[in-house]
Write a protein that binds this ligand. Structure first.
Ligand SMILES: [Zn+2]
Ligand SMILES: [Zn+2]
Length: 443
């Protein structure tokens, strides 16, 4: 079903994909020049090699954010050295999650990610001039998700979970979004002892502040779980927006659900790469739906809506289907991929999660369990492996997946074998406190 079918005769918004790579290249060139001017000759092959090769003709970037964005990036050195296990936040050293690994290696990459490309900046200005409203979508809350050591790239980690801590300006604290633990900001790098930290990436709180600087005459509001606590706060914000007492609304998923704003003629998706890069086979479907829903906020009545998608990976196939508003074609593509890689709906998936506070214990239990499944299910077995976030609330995790053909007999047999193996593992003294959770059709 296309948007047109879903929403009746409403004209569809025009969807524009804006490449953020060019801006990064240009920003990188600016920074290089600044470094040369300052007589700094720091070797930074970590930060820039790939950008140098794709240096583009400079874009006109004279927005008020230009200087700001350019001065934010810090060149970071080699990958971080893990600190020792001292029980303080960040004990686990730098690049524990997939996201930060990439960033730690490429250094200033995310620092260089612009909040607004010149194209989006111009589009917002135009909407404001036309007395229209703007929605900006960013799927991260908080001020600046990470505090990063400017020297070695080390990122403070949660003591209880294998995730980087998010910096919230409102509380001036580092928050773990997995277990809720709050830490004071880190002053000293646990890996190299330096005191210089930069903020990497941007959450909704940082964007709100940035917009207030860049569009001082616009009324800016934010909608996420931090700013909107309770139903009445949510309703108030929606009412204010509907009554056009807010010009720019920045938000997370919350702006997508159930809102129908007549005076919105521009929707900006600030960082589509973060939507397109979840480590999950349903990423395409989720990304498509999310972006299509966000797009659905623009131009529903007078048909002059525009959607600007800021993205570095402009070749991602989902973007093409989005631009064409073609769910049917997207679905065909997606279904072919799933068939080729044996994912639902062509198979049924049973996921088994293992959990224990000792890493060795959970690894050995999961490996033992998987080995026993190999005889009957070797061809269908994936894993065991650590999930993307391998430790939550001080419990280490392992996962394995069975991708089974869709016949009742095989599924029932698998369930039976899983029960049996669970009992065998838990009857062993060394594994008796390992938690084993099977989940049929989990994915
Ligand atoms: Zn945590
Ligand atoms: Zn450091």
């Amino acid at each position: 079903m296309t948007l047109a079918q879903r929403f009746g005769q409403v004209e569809l918004p025009e969807i524009l994909v804006v490449d953020t790579k060019q801006l990064r290249s240009e920003r990188y060139a600016i920074r290089k020049k600044e470094q040369r001017d300052a007589g700094q000759n720091r070797p930074d092959h970590y930060a820039g090699a790939s950008w140098l090769t794709d240096l583009q003709p400079a874009l006109p970037f004279d927005g008020p954010g230009a200087k700001d964005a350019a001065s934010q990036g810090g060149v970071q050195g080699p990958s971080p050295t893990p600190a020792d296990d001292s029980g303080k936040p960040g004990e686990r050293g730098g690049a524990a999650d997939a996201d930060s690994t990439t960033d730690a290696v490429t250094g200033a990459r995310d620092n260089g990610k612009p909040i607004l490309t010149p194209a989006l900046h111009a589009a917002i200005t135009q909407s404001l001039d036309e007395k229209k409203q703007v929605i900006l979508f960013q799927n991260r809350r908080g001020y600046s998700p990470y505090q990063v050591c400017d020297v070695c790239g080390w990122i403070p980690q949660c003591r209880n979970c294998d995730v980087s801590l998010n910096f919230h300006k409102l509380t001036n604290k580092l928050h773990c979004h997995y277990c809720g633990t709050v830490y004071p900001p880190v002053q000293t790098c646990m890996a190299c002892g330096n005191h210089r930290f930069v903020q990497r990436n941007f959450g909704t709180e940082r964007i709100e502040e940035y917009l207030e600087e860049v569009f001082p005459n616009a009324r800016v509001a934010r909608m996420d779980v931090d700013s909107v606590r309770g139903k009445s706060a949510h309703d108030t914000l929606i009412q204010q927006f509907e009554q056009q007492r807010i010009d720019i609304l920045v938000g997370t998923q919350m702006v997508v659900k159930g809102l129908d704003f007549q005076h919105v003629n521009l929707v900006g998706i600030l960082d589509a790469d973060s939507i397109l890069s979840f480590a999950d086979f349903r990423v395409n479907e989720r990304a498509f739906q999310l972006m299509e829903q966000v797009s659905g906020r623009a131009g529903r009545l007078d048909g002059k809506g525009r959607v600007l998608i800021q993205v570095a990976n402009t070749a991602h196939p989902v973007l093409g289907y989005l631009r064409a508003h073609d769910y049917a074609l997207f679905f065909q593509h997606e279904i072919a991929m799933r068939q080729a890689f044996h994912y639902p709906p062509f198979t049924r998936v049973i996921q088994v999660t293992f959990r224990h506070r000792d890493k060795e214990t959970v690894h050995s239990a999961a490996n033992f369990f998987a080995n026993n499944l190999k005889k009957d299910f070797g061809a269908y077995l994936v894993g065991p492996a650590e999930p993307v976030v391998a430790r939550v609330r001080n419990q280490y995790l392992m996962e394995l997946i069975l991708k089974l053909p869709k016949d009742g007999h095989t599924i029932n047999f698998a369930k039976h074998v899983i029960q049996q193996q669970t009992a065998i593992v838990q009857n062993d003294r060394k594994w008796k406190s390992v938690v084993i959770i099977p989940d049929v059709d989990a994915l």
